[in-house]
Design a protein around this ligand. Sequence first.
Ligand code: ATP
Ligand code: MG
Length: 384
Amino acid sequence: MARSKYSAKKKKKSVSRKVIDFFAGSEHRAYLVGGYVRDSTLGRESIDIDVVVEGDGISAARKLNAVLKGKIVSHPDFGTASIDIDGYRVDIASARTEKYPSPAHLPHVYPSTIVEDLNRRDFTINAIAMSISRTNFGEIFDPFDGLSDIKHKLVRVLHRGSFIDDPTRIFRALRYKNRFQFKLEDETERLMREAVKAGMIMKLSGPRILNEVALVFAEETYAEIVSDLIHYGILTLKRRDLRLMPSTSELAFYFLLSKLPRNMLPLTREMKKVVDGFRKIEDTMDKLHRSGTKSKIYNALSPVAEEVIEAMPIVNPQLSDKTKIFHNLRHVKPFITGKDLKKYGFKPENMYSKILHSVFLLQLDKKLKSRRDALAYLKNLSKN
Ligand code: ATP
Ligand code: MG
């Protein structure tokens, strides 16, 4: 394990080395930016490598990929490309300026220089660039004193309108704050509160909110971030609701979604089932608590999503025996099937699942002990 971690680190180093060597030996004006510069300064591993090119970033990315030989995907509308190589990502963007047509909407994008590009960024700690161009290799561009903020452990916006222009930065600020154990700089904190008070979160589209919430739960410190989201009144969630939050990030993610307005998020059918299950988790747990027989346990849990069942013993360990029983019951083979019902002439067929279910419950409680018992019961039933 340690060995593979070591070789993964080495591999990443060789990818960044190749990226730097490529640009240093080319005519492109290119810069390392964003997370990569910030994380190197902090002495942390970065998940991806961000490069900004003055000029055509996509064509530079294609030439770079002739060396890296990874998988490249480009987004011509944004002038960006990503190269995937052995699980690492190199993001190459064309330097750009952004103008917001209206608050909380996506910006219009124009080509620009690196300094203008840094102006559009979220926080000072993410607005630092290091040249990897041949002519000024190693030159640092730090127009907002981001290096000083890294040193003083501060998350600071670049301008007063930052959270209004793009309220996703509210989530981003709290992610960085907790990931690095930084503080929100005072004025930044004040501006954030102001944006929240102005209702900017709800101006974001459902998909953008969902994306931000998912990113929160991808962080190791998701519980602290959720605590901040409550503290700043960002989500419609009360601190006491947290007693029901399961302690794994995937389940906690669904739990949190269940606390958001129902029709706001673009959820798939499967996700909806889980989220709705979390909405009703207290009732279901009450019902399970009162369930004394196997059939009642089965009845209480069989319509419930797997993730919700998984969460119950985490939230309330007293329920763990019953959820275990339920898992075992799911392996029990029913004595009778639809074929038997057909043979006995039951009609209409859309009643079959109901009948099979009720016979199965009798089987679980040992009121029917064998297939023979069950068939006799059916025979009786068919007469009525
Ligand atoms: P992470 O380690 O979370 O990936 P990162 O800094 O690399 O951190 P990304 O989301 O990958 O963050 O974005 C890369 C860079 O793009 C950021 O460092 C920041 O400069 C800029 N950026 C991303 N999202 C925004 C935003 N909403 N507003 C302004 N700048 C942004
Ligand atoms: Mg990144």
